[in-house]
Design a protein around this ligand. Structure first.
Ligand code: ATP
Ligand code: MG
Length: 773
């Protein structure tokens, strides 16, 4: 169903309305807290630009930070301006946008004046995702292991990759890093007490950075950061690319890093029309070098920029908002913020203290069941989220939920395209598309096993380096008998490998669709048999192969439709041949799928409790949210950008523990100062006991929840039906056992008899004075 623009604008509050109808040629910053309709305003503004001001859809560039957000935006925009126009809006992450333009104009960017051919990167470049680039770095680090072992410096591949990525996202090259190293004075001492180990480590990082870049160029590939860097160059140097864009809109602007900001500037350089929406609070912790200064910088780059603040929250209840505002305001560097909500009343957030991480997971599991039992029919498993500071916290929850029979899904991204079977097949396709791409060669050459050993591969790689060529080219030469000194049995195996790639390449040349190519590949490799004979869970893996083929086919039907449309719409230059092939486009989409987030592709989200890191949860909302480990050094964790309480609509629980096992070691834990300070100021901001839900009672509270989350109240008897459905009663009976045994051991379990079926009474939470210790 489509919504008319008038109807949409009528539904907005005055500040939102001003944002949407702000003159199209005047730059605008929309600043607001979570759940205030920022994304809604951005989408409405796009619709307004197109329907009211008649900007061509293809001249609008809308940037989001994750693929998921882009898809959601696309769906919401379709409802207003229709599918066809929506498909023409350039919508996606900065990475996807750059990748598309680099394909269209070539990595050298078809610069103004004489087209200069760069031999650095060719137009069939491969996009290398973060797991692949980490692998390359790991290998480079290993080569240097001995060298830095002497210096006493420690360096892990994770530190290495994040340092390099941060440098790239600030626009610093390896040369910049080398030049910035401090110089020792005559007696070999560094100023400001910098240790020589630190300097040596930084030097090593810069040197590996240089080697890493060289390695990427050798493989004719770009990593995620390179996409942006090359993108900036392209937009700066190419007039056509620069003039294309009439208006740039950026969601979650607070997360833009320096390079992304430069990119926005370059894209907007001709028409100078930008609209950004952001929440300065949500990035204060500097995830992926987000820089809040970009907000300030805009006032110099766009002197006419105006600001509009949205202060009405539509997502959460008053008590939940009060809690997040109270916590946020503990940080002096944050801008004070006013937030009002339409739902002024609601349940006071709960703060629970548990003995350890096991009790914590159990308490959360039981509370979920209690709420389901009480409000069953209104809320189901899919309405709960447990938001974790780190992935590592997830395991305890996963196993506890499994034990308790609670269906759950884990949102952590990168999953599908990191699976062995998916990577195996993609490797062959990548090799067809870009024979210089070494990671694909290494993976494919002996998959399925052809008896080609590590030693053979190492020799091939060495030869390739000596000849300044790619390993795959060497193998081709060996097979064509142009490199004689290879033993016949080895050669025979290599011929088997090359045959597959060449056959596949021939099909690709004939224009075979990516889905058919993938299917063909599984036949050429007898991949079904290979999985069956090597993988115990081969059936699930084979399903993933089918899923990959499905993904490939969806992709093609889309680009075919695009081509049709392009024929009708002459002024849409974008849709003309843009330097890509269906295969290349498919590969690129797979590599970019881990950009920002990735939906868990397993099953539907609706009937499962969500376990997620705060990063992956950005922009999402749930009726009931748990935030475990509200502890020092964990909350707020310095590499996270968000306060999760803001994701809760109706019920919010924070938990923390006395002791927690971290990396196999039991640590004493302390409540986060952010929360303890809030408690010192306003004790009543948290409830010290669980919300008083009981089966069959407090129907006015059920009504309240229904109102907040916008659902219809159902018969309370529905609760019983749901419990049966999920074997709840059996699970509850099982709980009686630990309950009976544990009255002393679990401080959070009430001494009194638990209410029927809940197995979980009110809890002893924080007593005054416990906070400070
Ligand atoms: P986040 O910080 O999580 O990105 P946001 O500021 O982008 O949030 P939206 O996702 O756009 O907020 O909106 C939050 C919720 O509020 C959505 O369910 C949206 O439909 C609703 N909402 C926004 N504005 C209005 C309005 N004027 N009337 C009714 N509901 C609204
Ligand atoms: Mg949003």
């Amino acid at each position: 169903a489509t919504i008319s623009l008038e109807c949409l604008i009528r539904s907005l509050n005055p500040a939102q309305k001003r944002s949407v109808t702000h003159p199209p040629d005047r730059p605008l910053q929309i600043l607001a807290g979570p759940g205030s309709g920022k994304t809604k305003v951005l989408i409405s503004r796009i619709a307004h630009l197109i329907l009211h001001h008649h900007l061509p859809p293809h001249s609008i560039c809308a940037v989001t930070f994750t693929n998921k957000a882009a898809n959601e935006m696309r769906v919401r925009l379709e409802k207003i301006i229709g599918k066809e126009r929506t498909s023409k809006v350039k919508m996606g992450t900065f990475h996807a946008l750059c990748a598309a333009f680099l394909r269209k104009y070539g990595p050298s960017g078809g610069q103004d004046g004489e087209a200069e051919e760069t031999d650095e990167v060719k137009s069939n470049f491969t996009v290398c995702d973060s797991s692949e680039s980490q692998k390359i770095l790991r290998a480079l680090l290993k080569e240097r292991q001995d060298q830095f072992a002497d210096t006493g410096a420690t360096l892990t591949d994770r530190i290495l990759s994040s340092t390099i990525s941060r440098a790239k996202s600030r626009g610093q090259s390896s040369k910049d890093l080398l030049a910035a190293l401090p110089r020792a004075s005559n007696n070999g001492v560094y100023a400001n007490g910098v240790s020589s180990a630190t300097v040596e480590r930084d030097r090593l990082v810069a040197e590996i950075y240089e080697e890493y870049d060289a390695e990427l160029r050798r493989n004719n590939c770009l990593d995620f950061d390179d996409l942006l860097l090359y993108g900036v160059k392209l937009f700066k140097g190419n007039k056509k690319a620069r003039e294309w864009c009439r208006h740039v809109l950026v969601d979650e602007f607070q997360d833009t890093n320096t390079v992304q900001y430069r990119l926005m500037l370059a894209i907007a350089s001709t028409h100078k029309c930008v609209t950004i929406v952001g929440d300065p609070d949500q990035s204060i912790y500097g995830w992926r070098s987000a820089e809040v200064e970009n907000l300030a910088r805009m006032t110099t780059d766009f002197p006419k920029v105006e600001q509009i603040f949205l202060e009405q929250n539509y997502r959460s209840t008053g008590p939940i908002l009060d809690t997040s505002v109270a916590i946020i305001s503990q940080d002096p560097s944050r801008i004070p913020k006013t937030l009002h909500t339409t739902h002024t009343s609601g349940f006071t957030p709960t703060l629970l203290k548990l003995a350890n991480e096991k009790d914590e997971a159990e308490a959360v599991a039981w509370e979920i069941k209690r709420v389901v039992a009480w409000a069953g029919g209104v809320v189901g498993w899919g309405d709960f989220a447990v938001l974790l500071r780190t992935n590592a916290l997830s395991r305890t929850f996963e196993s506890t939920f499994q034990k308790e029979g609670i269906p759950c899904r884990v949102l952590k991204g990168h999953k599908f395209f990191e699976r062995l079977e998916v990577k195996d097949l993609l490797a062959y396709l990548q090799l067809v598309d870009n024979p210089a791409y070494d990671p694909a060669f290494r993976r494919a050459v002996n998959t399925p096993s052809r008896g080609i050993g590590e030693k053979t591969i190492a020799q091939i790689v060495t030869r390739a380096q000596a000849r300044k060529s790619s390993p795959y080219t060497i193998v081709q030469l060996i097979c064509a008998s142009k490199i004689p000194d290879v033993k016949p049995p080895v050669k025979k195996k290599l011929v088997g490998f090359v045959k597959v790639v060449e056959q596949l390449g021939a099909h690709a040349k004939e224009g075979m669709a990516a889905a058919d190519l993938t299917r063909k590949l599984t036949e050429l490799l007898d991949y079904h048999h290979h999985l069956r004979s090597t993988q115990p869970d081969w059936e699930a893996r084979w399903e993933n192969v089918q899923e990959l083929i499905t993904f490939a086919s969806e992709f093609e039907s889309k680009s075919a439709a695009d081509e049709e449309e392009a024929g009708e719409d002459r002024d849409d230059e974008w849709e003309e041949a843009d330097g890509t092939t269906p295969l290349r486009a498919f590969l690129q989409a797979s590599m970019l799928s881990s950009d920002g987030d990735n939906d868990d592709s397993e099953g539907s989200a609706t009937e499962k409790v969500t376990l997620s890191t705060c990063h992956a949860a950005k922009g999402l909302e749930w009726p009931v949210v748990f935030v475990p480990a509200v502890e020092e050094k964990m909350f707020p964790l310095d590499r996270s950008e968000d306060i999760e309480e803001e994701r809760a609509q109706a019920l919010l629980y924070l938990t923390h523990t006395d002791k927690r096992k971290i990396a196999a070691e039991t640590m004493d834990r302390k409540l986060s100062v952010f929360v303890s300070k809030v408690l010192e100021q306003t004790q009543s901001i948290f409830s010290t006991s669980l919300p008083p839900f009981e089966l069959g009672s407090s129907s006015h509270k059920r009504e309240e929840i229904c109102r907040i989350i916008g659902r219809k109240e159902t018969d309370p008897r529905e609760a019983r039906r749901m419990m049966d459905e999920h074997n709840f009663q059996r699970a509850a009976r099982r709980q009686q056992v630990p309950l009976a045994r544990s009255s002393g051991a679990r401080p959070w379990v009430n001494q009194q008899a638990p209410p029927a079926c809940t197995g979980f009474g009110s809890s002893r939470v924080l007593h005054q004075g416990e906070v400070a210790n």
